[in-house]
Design a protein around this ligand. Structure first.
Ligand code: GAR
Length: 214
């Protein structure tokens, strides 16, 4: 059983997808701590409802990024977590922190990386006129929204999509691929070689991984 901490900043729908997956007795991971940098967010409520310990580490209370990150690191160590899942965590973590957790920290991003890193991904995808977009689960490198890709899901963009409709379609896929990626990692099937991931002996076809069905 892999002990996981989830870092959030807001509504936590991806956290909820991970909580729901972990509720299955056969799922190889469990969430031991949820940390939010924002107090009073819906994601904290979701964790409390599931009986998961929570901590608010408010970045506004720290005078440097390093001291904020150090506090998070201490809380993670204390929890015994062996893996971090960033789930809508909207703070940049410094390179020292990321290197300490290298290949032990996952992130979900609402685009097909390496396209559309950063914010306002759906607006930018629509502006660029791409026909397809999607979401990505990847290991975290010190660069923003960068690192070895574990899973992606693709959606076709309709001519009448706007940023909100697109975000909703992408989010639906996020909730499928994040638990799937966590499962693969927790089962020890994911190897990182250079900047690439190989998935060993997984009972998923490529089609399941690229374009998963719920
Ligand atoms: C999700 O769409 C996630 O991919 C995105 O924030 C949203 C959080 O929603 N993350 C990023 O943009 C990180 N670069 P949630 O709080 O409902 O899971």
């Amino acid at each position: 059983m892999l002990d996981v901490a989830v870092l959030i900043s807001g509504s936590g729908t991806n956290l909820q997808a991970l909580i729901d997956a972990c509720a299955d007795d056969d799922f190889p991971a469990r969430i031991v701590l949820v940390i939010s940098n924002n107090p009073g967010v819906k994601g904290l409520e979701r964790a409390e409802k599931a009986g998961i310990p929570t901590k608010v580490i408010n970045h506004r209370d720290y005078d440097s990024r390093e001291s904020f990150d150090e506090q998070i690191h201490e809380a993670l160590k204390e929890s015994g977590a062996k893996l971090i899942c960033l789930a809508g965590f909207m703070r940049i973590l410094d390179a020292r922190f990321v290197n300490r957790w290298r290949n032990r920290m996952l992130n979900i991003h609402p685009s097909l990386l390496p396209s559309f890193k950063g914010l306002h991904t759906q607006e930018r995808a629509l502006e660029a006129g791409v026909r397809f977009t999607g979401c990505t689960v990847h290991f975290v490198n010190p660069e923003l929204d960068d690192g070895p890709i574990i899973t992606q899901a693709v959606i076709a963009i309709d001519p009448d999509d706007d940023p909100d409709t697109l975000a909703a379609k992408v989010l639906e896929k996020e909730h499928i691929i994040y638990p799937q990626a966590l499962k693969l990692v927790a089962e020890g099937r994911v190897r990182v070689v250079g900047n690439k991931v190989t998935i060993q002996g997984a009972d998923y076809s490529d089609e399941d991984i690229i374009n998963p069905k719920p």
